[in-house]
Design a protein. Structure first.
Length: 573
């Protein structure tokens, strides 16, 4: 693109007609002059800042730094707020609203005079939501990750958000941690703005966005409050102006090979199981079909080399950044990547990472000293999960990789809360805890209930892991032998709906198998006697969600948002 008349925003501001008169006059009413915006790329800064989102609480400042870069490069920056998905404070789950933010992002881009957009976010569901919307709108876009918070400490202990909350809560329930210590942990575990500093979903999705080529090189690893993060924001502002002139769109960047790169990176960092559902949804917006089996194929040839919790034992994201960050890890993996994939820099992924140095090999491990020879997430199948389910073996007890035990069944989350810690619950360390009705429709919204708590009486016996199965997700900061995303979910009559107390369930992680040891005839009898539950929402967005959300193995996007050709540009009357 060489002429200002070719800019998308020219349709709003350029013509000598009554509508453009109105557009220009309203900008002048805000104090802008013709010289500020005419003939320049108009850059939308889609900001998910909120006082109820710790992860994004610094993005108000970062937006100003992005604007500085846009002005420097000769663009016109406009900040536009969009919905903030704060993982910790939204109920029942931010996953219920991922698709809503993706719709808002797409329509915000489509209806405004924007030539390019900066997507500001990072908390778990925000990253895929912003990218999904931008992929569908398909104008030049670059993602600015909010970055991880700083390492937290409690006395001599290093604390990782999520992972250590679960760990110390278990110790408190076991009677090993007093109230004063618990309060001290609460006061210190969230040390700064930024997303979880473990390799949870937020860190994983940032790494995926970078590997896809949708961020500046190294952007996903920078802790939120460092000066480097502020400088990166300004660089993003400069680069998006160049992208607008070049008309470099997501469709020019995202290919099947770039999604393979992203999946490979997710496996190597021991990333969140949630990456599967998000990557499938993002690829679907780009018209690229990614099946869960592809994750398992790439997992089988990708070692886990990021020694970061929860798959690792000691280190956190600040350590990962200081060790060289994602660029260094990708350089270690270069022989397993497609280096020729395009990126927002205008260079290839291979060019972006070339020569990156691993500074600390205890954090980013050499390939021959990997935590695991296979990736962080496996996909299992069997008669209990015909369309698949997922597990994160790198964060589980190795003794449970092959296990057969009797089911202890909870019909829904309230049932779990009510009965889990009752003295009369018939449960042993060999039992398999099963939670139903926690999937996309059953939750509703596919909540993070999949790391089922271990009953207190087992915690007091020293049990810290056991097999747990559900159609829910779990936090990327969670750990343990948790079988997740069982599909189809129980709410729609998947086999999980028919599991009863005492049924034997066989888990074989190396063989990628999850099997309910009940005959097909008995399952058919139970199916015939099963009554489908009612939907949760009679109206509003919840009803829209219930009518159109797809199952876990399909990405949980809305069926009407799948790639199906370009949506027409809005008419300007």
């Amino acid at each position: 693109m060489e002429r200002s008349e070719d800019l998308r925003s020219h349709r709003w501001f350029g013509p000598d007609d009554l509508r453009s008169f109105g557009h220009r006059s309203r900008l002048k009413g805000m104090g802008f002059a013709d010289e500020d915006y005419l003939g320049k790329p108009v850059i939308g800064i889609l900001n998910t800042w909120s006082d109820l989102n710790t992860c994004h609480s610094h993005l108000r400042e970062r937006a100003e730094e992005v604007k500085r870069g846009v002005w420097q490069a000769g663009g016109f920056p406009v900040e536009v707020p969009v919905m903030s998905l704060g993982e910790m404070l939204m109920k029942p789950t931010t996953m219920l609203y991922r698709n809503l933010l993706s719709m808002e992002t797409e329509e915000t881009i489509r209806c405004h005079p924007l030539d390019g957009v900066v997507l500001m976010g990072g908390c778990d569901k925000t990253t895929p939501a912003l990218l999904m919307g931008a992929i569908s709108a398909n104008i030049p876009a670059i993602f600015l990750p909010c970055g991880p918070m700083l390492i937290a400490r409690w006395g001599k202990e290093t604390l990782g958000s999520g992972s250590d909350a679960w760990k110390y809560w278990a110790e408190r329930c076991a009677g090993n941690l007093d109230d004063e210590s618990w309060t001290q942990i609460e006061n210190s575990i969230a040390r700064s703005p930024g997303h979880c500093m473990t390799m949870g979903t937020a860190s994983t999705m940032g790494a995926i966005a970078e590997t896809l080529g949708m961020t500046l090189p190294g952007a996903s690893s920078i802790p939120a409050v460092l000066s480097e993060h502020a400088r990166m924001a300004t660089s993003v502002g400069r680069r998006i102006v160049e992208m607008a002139w070049q008309d470099l769109k997501p469709s020019d960047i995202l290919t099947a090979a770039s999604f393979d790169n992203a999946i490979t990176a997710s496996m190597a960092i021991g990333g969140s199981t949630n990456a599967i559902v998000h990557v499938i949804a993002m690829a679907g917006r780009a018209g690229i079909k990614v099946d869960p089996e592809r994750f398992d194929e790439l997992s089988r040839r990708t070692p886990v080399i990021a020694n970061v919790r929860p798959s690792g034992k000691s280190y956190l994201m600040e350590d990962f950044y200081n060790a060289g960050g994602l660029k260094a890890l990708l350089w270690q993996l270069r022989d397993r990547l497609h280096p020729d994939c395009a990126t927002v820099t205008g260079k290839t992924l291979g060019e972006n990472i070339a020569g990156s140095e691993v500074i600390d090999e205890d954090v980013i491990l050499p390939l021959d000293k990997a935590l695991s020879e296979e990736g962080g997430t496996f996909v299992l199948k069997g008669n209990l999960a015909p369309n698949g389910c997922v597990v994160k073996p790198a964060a589980a007890d190795n003794r449970l990789m092959r296990h057969t035990g009797p089911a202890v069944v909870f019909e829904n989350y309230p049932d779990l809360k009510a009965r889990l810690n009752r003295d009369d619950l018939d449960v042993t360390p060999d039992s398999v805890l099963v939670l139903k009705n926690a999937g996309p429709l059953g939750g509703p919204g596919f909540p993070e209930w999949g790391m089922l708590p271990i009953p207190n009486k087992l915690l007091q016996q020293g049990v810290r892991d056991m097999v747990r199965i559900s159609d829910a997700r779990m936090s990327g900061t969670s750990y343990g032998m948790c079988i997740l995303h069982v599909s189809p979910e129980s709410h729609v009559g998947g086999p999980l709906a028919f599991v009863q107390d005492g049924d034997l369930i066989e888990l074989d992680v190396p063989a990628r198998r999850l099997q309910l040891q009940v005959s097909e005839e008995e399952l058919e009898r139970r199916r015939a006697n099963w009554t489908p539950p009612e939907i949760h929402y009679p109206r509003g967005y919840g009803q829209l969600f219930s009518q159109h959300v797809t199952q876990a193995h399909e990405g949980c996007d809305f069926d009407f948002l799948h790639h199906g050709g370009d949506t027409p540009e809005p008419a300007i009357h």
